[in-house]
Design a protein around this ligand. Structure first.
Ligand code: DHB
Ligand code: MG
Length: 628
């Protein structure tokens, strides 16, 4: 298959789009007509720019409102097509994509449309060109690929072929089996787009919410399996209309596109069980068994305060780095690295972002394999000098320029504590009863959310949960979890369009996207809260109104209610499953810890999020209404 991307996917001018597309290693580009109309140069200039960057224009589109027109419009439509062929000749493109007619003037009838396409095919062929027909899901007469295929079949012209656009096909839930019997040489172009499940009209859904394969909820795999069954080996191009992409960075969105195609085709190869032409096997997705450590970048001034917080939370200092100003803190299976070194990555990170999480390390089955996969997926590998005899833990760049390390047992990387750190002699790591990292919550710009979703889901063997909408006093926050099947890794992505949400204010405090909070698990929330209080940890106060409501909602024994109230503990229940949450007050830099106890519970307490956000907002503003 020859893959490509449409200019309509990206932000910027035509030049910026082409540049980003070439940088993401695409070889083909679909020129969306508006991008050429707004280009300040001739089509020949555009061609020089496109081909100068090693790209080929695979199609020019869309040609609208063509088939089924009565006279006098019919003649005008053909004259318009001839003009477009002129432009294509200059542009160096031989395929015109025609989308189905939406005009109220158009007449229905497969035969009439087929006759129009036959004539268009004749005209195209005279110039050595071809035309391809796409059924828009909101087309006036033709909105089903089976009808557009029937038109193409009856047009019966070698220069007339079909476009299959996965969005239009899947959005309508059209049966896919008819794809399997289309002769592959008659499929001139396949356009790929995914989309989240939304209940809205096809046009608005398509024009604003499409996303790259894997970022949405449509059954892309079934579409690809049907396509594969035809023996198709032609042009496959990403065509995404998405408001966030239009507002995002063209460079990074183009890379996301390439990444999504690589993964989609690798998954097809795995399912097909046989070689798909031109496709190299990718190393498998990383099987992740937990968080090995969380690394904080601190400076001399903040280090001692931060370490005091860790002690109060029940952590003990387990080791001191052999050559750097780095300490290892441990409690249960939780490892925290505090990096106050004056050189290296963490130091630079601290200069830009202040006290913050600069790296996460994941336990995986095969660390070198993950980094290999990451390289193929155009992720950014990371290397920094290590001291003599110290371990070189493989890493890639993650959210906000932070690092994602990979540690495995297979290559002995799991010995890094012994190799790189001198033990302090501490031997009790039970502290406040915290046992493991439950989840890591990251805040990011709204436009980046799909990028990081794809980054994690393309690299790790994880699934995504549906997007939740959470109400913050300053606006709406979108929240989506990425998790392994057994909960060994849970990451939450948060983003908001409002500047006033806690999530957005964190971004400005941090000067970038990053880890806003980490939830630590305990087996006994009440005992843990007692210990924390005894250690002087200040927990986020929860209003009495919450408990008043909970009392009637949850129907808990009076004694349990009292313990929740006294501990500022939030509660949720799903069937027999229960969830308990408390929060520390916000630390320097806007970061905070959460402590949770799960009793067979799988969610994240979404019902409690607005309460928690309101309390945090109230504390951060510290302005009380008059008279309080
Ligand atoms: O939204 C549209 O008009 C439009 C245009 C061209 C396409 O290929 C398409 O799928 C949709
Ligand atoms: Mg399309």
């Amino acid at each position: 298959m020859r893959t490509a991307i449409a200019t309509v996917c990206l932000s910027g001018t035509l030049a910026e789009k082409i540049e980003a597309i070439a940088a993401a290693q695409f070889k083909g580009v679909e020129i969306f007509e508006n991008d050429l109309l707004s280009f300040n140069g001739t089509p020949a200039d555009a061609r020089r720019m496109i081909e100068g960057l090693g790209l080929k224009t695979i199609t020019f589109q869309p040609f609208r409102d063509f088939e089924g027109m009565p006279e006098p419009q019919r003649s005008k439509v053909f004259a318009r097509a001839e003009r477009k062929f002129d432009v294509m000749q200059e542009l160096g493109c031989d395929l015109l994509m025609v989308c189905s007619n939406v005009s109220p003037d158009s007449l229905g009838g497969i035969e009439r449309a087929a006759a129009d396409f036959h004539e268009l095919g004749e005209r195209a062929a005279k110039r050595g060109m071809r035309v391809a027909f796409e059924a828009l899901s909101w087309g006036r007469h033709i909105h089903d690929y089976r009808d557009s295929w029937e038109v193409v079949r009856r047009a019966n012209h070698p220069a007339v072929g079909l476009v299959l656009d996965s969005f239009h096909v899947l959005a309508r839930g059209t049966d896919l089996s008819a794809i399997r019997s289309i002769p592959p040489e008659k499929i001139f172009l396949v356009q790929m787009a995914d989309a989240p499940k939304l209940d809205m009209d096809y046009l608005s859904w398509s024009r604003h919410y499409r996303c790259f394969p894997g970022q949405g909820d449509l059954p892309i795999d079934e579409f690809m399996d049907a396509l594969h069954a035809t023996g198709f080996d032609g042009l496959l191009s990403l065509e995404i209309f998405n408001d966030r992409f239009r507002a995002g960075s063209a460079r990074s969105v183009a890379i996301d596109g390439q990444r999504s195609l690589i993964v989609m085709l690798d998954e097809l190869r795995r399912r097909a069980g046989a070689a798909v032409p031109d496709l190299e096997a990718l190393p498998s997705k990383a099987v992740c068994t937990g968080v090995e450590f969380v690394e904080f970048a601190v400076d001399e001034r903040s280090a001692s305060g931060f370490e005091l917080t860790l002690s109060a939370l029940g952590f003990s200092k387990a080791g001191v780095h052999r050559s750097k100003a780095v300490t290892h803190w441990r409690q249960g299976d939780i490892n925290i690295v505090v990096n106050a070194d004056k050189e290296g990555f963490a130091h630079s990170f601290n200069i830009t972002h202040g006290t913050s999480v600069c790296a996460l390390a994941l336990r995986v089955d095969d660390a070198p394999g993950v980094v290999n996969r990451a390289n193929t997926l155009l992720d950014q590998p990371f290397q920094q000098p290590v001291g003599p005899g110290e371990m070189n833990i493989p890493a890639v760049r993650g959210l906000g320029g932070s690092l994602l390390y990979f540690v495995d047992r297979r290559t002995g990387l799991d010995r890094h504590w012994d190799v790189d750190f001198v033990p302090t002699g501490a031997d009790d790591f039970t502290g406040a009863g915290l046992t493991s990292v439950d989840h890591v919550s990251q805040s990011m710009h709204y436009e980046e959310m799909l990028t990081w979703l794809l980054f994690y889901t393309s690299l790790l063997d994880v699934r995504k949960t549906p997007v939740q909408t959470v109400i913050d006093p300053g606006g709406v926050v979108q929240s989506q979890a990425i998790e392994t099947g057994n909960g060994s890794l849970r990451l939450i992505l948060n983003a908001s369009q409002s500047q006033r949400t806690l999530s957005s204010r964190f971004l400005s405090e941090l000067f970038g996207s990053g880890v806003q909070h980490i939830a630590l698990a305990t087996d006994d929330i009440f005992a843990t809260v007692e210990r924390l209080k005894a250690n002087g940890v200040e927990l986020l106060p929860i209003p009495e109104n919450y408990y008043d409501d909970l009392e009637v909602r949850a129907d808990l024994p009076a004694e349990s209610m009292e313990r929740l109230r006294n501990g500022n503990i939030l509660y949720d229940r799903e069937g027999d499953a229960e969830y308990f949450q408390v929060y520390t007050r916000t630390l320097e830099g806007g970061f905070f810890f959460e402590i949770v106890e799960r009793r067979s519970y799988r969610g994240y307490g979404a019902v409690n999020a607005p309460i928690r956000l309101a309390s945090q907002t109230r504390l951060s503003s510290e302005t009380l209404p008059p008279g309080v």
